[in-house]
Design a binder for this molecule. Structure first.
Ligand code: ATP
Length: 381
C-alpha cells in the first residue's frame, strides 16, 4: 500500500475529554476515504487536525512522508469544503472560485483560465456572473468544491458537504462528486455520519465511535464482515444471535446452541473453542423465508417461526418472525423471479433458512438487545 497520508498515533483532548484516541491509519493516494460515525465520535476533530485548524496532543500527521503536524493551515497541501459552503455573498461565483488565486497574486489571465476550467468541471459555466444568493443549495456546494479545487490541493477535505441538501439532490451530487474525483484524481477525505453516503462514494471507510477507530475497510468488507456489534448495527440493519459453541465439526464449521432457536451451524471466521460464548450478526436479506420447509441442503440452517409483522417497502418486504423469545428480521426482494410462491402473511407459520457462512461472528457482546438493531445516525446538533 502506498502510504500517502498517514495518521500516526494521533490523540486530541479537550480538557479531560478525549475527542480522538490514538488514531493510526494510512490513506492511499487518489483514494476516497470516509470517516464515518455518529455525532460526536471525533471525525471532524481528525479532519481539523489534518487541515491545521487544531493541533494534536500526541502523534504525527504525514503527507508523502513529510511531517505536517505543526505546519500552519495555509502551508498545508489541503483544502476544505464545509457543509455551510462559506461563500462570500458579495462576490460573483467566478470571484468566489478565483479568490484563493487572487490572494496568491497570480496573473489575471491565469486566474481566468483556471476559473473557466473549474466552472466547466462543476457544470456551472452559465452561472459565473451570478452572486451566491441567486443559485440553489446544490449549486452553492459545487462552487465551494470548485473554490477548494482551484488551489490544486493534494487532499480535498469534505466535512459533511451534502448534509444541508435534500435527499434527491444529495444523491445527485454524490454521483457528480464521484465524477469530479475521477477527473481530478486527488485524494478525498470525506467526513459524514450518513452510512449510505459513505458506502456510495468511498473506496474505504473508517468507522469511528467515541474517539476511536472501530474498523477500516471497503464498504463491502465493513458491511459483510463487521468486527463488532457497533459496526454491524451502524452499517445497515442486522439480527444479533448469541449462543454457546456446542460442537467443533472441523476447521471451517462448528455448531452453537442459541437461546429460543436451538442448534445452528456456524462458519468459523476464527478458531472457536467448545463452550465459548459467541455473538453472530445475520443480515435480514441473507435469510430466506418460506411457507414450507426448505429443500434439504447440507449445512443449511432452518428454523420455524411465526410472522409477527409485515412491512411493505416497495422494492422489498420486511418481515419480523417470532422464534421463541427472539424476533428475527428478514428482507425479501420483490424481483418477479423470487415471487413464484405466495408471500408469507401475518401470523403464518414460516421457515427461515440461511447458510452457515451468511452469519458473521463478532468479537463482542456490546449490544444488549438481541432483536434487530439499527442505530439511526443522530444528525447534527
Ligand atoms: P459531528 O458529526 O456532530 O460534527 P464529530 O464526530 O465530527 O460529530 P467532533 O466535532 O470531532 O465530532 O467532536 C468530538 C467530541 O469532541 C465531541 O464530543 C465534541 O463535543 C468535542 N469537541 C469538539 N471540539 C471541541 C472543543 N473545541 N472544545 C471542547 N470539546 C470539543
Amino acid at each position: 500500500m502506498s502510504e500517502f497520508l498517514v495518521f500516526d498515533g494521533v490523540t486530541k483532548r479537550f480538557g479531560d475529554f478525549v475527542a480522538v484516541r490514538d488514531a493510526s491509519f494510512a490513506i492511499e493516494k487518489g483514494e476516497i476515504f470516509a470517516l464515518l460515525g455518529p455525532s460526536g465520535c471525533g471525525k471532524t476533530t481528525l479532519l481539523r487536525m489534518l487541515a491545521g485548524f487544531i493541533e494534536p496532543d500526541e502523534g504525527r500527521i504525514l503527507i508523502e512522508g513529510e511531517d505536517i503536524t505543526r505546519l500552519p493551515p495555509e502551508r498545508r497541501p489541503v483544502n476544505t469544503v464545509f457543509q455551510s459552503y462559506a461563500l462570500f455573498p458579495h462576490l460573483t461565483i467566478r470571484d468566489n472560485i478565483g479568490f484563493g488565486l487572487k490572494m496568491a497574486k497570480r496573473p489575471k489571465a491565469e486566474i481566468d483560465a483556471e476559473v473557466d476550467r473549474m466552472l466547466d468541471l462543476v457544470d456551472l459555466a452559465e452561472h459565473g456572473d451570478k452572486k451566491p444568493d441567486r443559485i440553489s443549495g446544490g449549486q452553492k456546494q459545487r462552487v465551494a468544491i470548485a473554490r477548494a479545487l482551484v488551489n490544486k490541493p493534494r487532499v480535498l477535505l469534505l466535512d459533511e458537504p451534502l448534509a444541508a441538501l435534500d435527499l434527491k439532490l444529495r444523491q445527485r451530487l454524490l454521483v457528480e462528486l464521484d465524477g469530479i474525483h475521477d477527473e481530478v484524481g486527488i485524494t478525498f477525505l470525506y467526513v459524514t455520519h450518513d452510512q449510505t453516503e459513505a458506502m456510495a462514494i468511498s473506496d474505504r471507510i473508517a468507522v469511528m465511535q467515541r474517539g476511536g477507530l472501530e474498523q477500516i475497510g471497503t464498504p463491502a468488507e465493513i458491511y459483510e464482515a463487521p468486527v463488532n456489534s457497533f459496526v454491524a448495527a451502524f452499517i445497515g440493519d442486522t439480527n444479533f444471535l448469541r449462543g454457546k459453541v456446542s460442537e467443533i465439526l472441523d476447521a471451517e464449521y462448528s455448531r452453537a446452541t442459541v437461546e429460543s432457536i436451538g442448534e445452528i451451524r456456524l462458519y468459523n471466521d476464527r478458531p472457536l473453542e467448545m463452550g465459548e460464548d459467541i455473538a453472530l450478526s445475520l443480515r435480514p436479506e441473507k435469510i430466506r423465508i418460506e411457507t414450507h420447509p426448505p429443500a434439504e441442503e447440507a449445512g443449511l440452517n432452518a428454523i420455524e417461526g411465526t410472522v409477527d409483522d409485515v412491512i411493505y417497502l416497495g422494492s422489498l418486504t420486511r418481515y419480523w418472525v417470532r422464534v421463541g423469545d427472539q424476533r428475527i428480521a428478514i428482507e425479501k426482494q420483490h424481483a418477479r423471479y423470487q415471487l413464484d410462491e405466495r408471500l408469507p402473511a401475518w401470523k403464518d407459520r414460516v421457515w427461515l433458512s440461511w447458510r452457515a457462512d451468511d452469519g458473521c461472528l463478532l468479537t463482542d457482546f456490546a449490544v444488549e438487545d438481541t432483536e434487530l438493531l439499527s442505530l439511526p445516525p443522530e444528525g447534527d446538533e
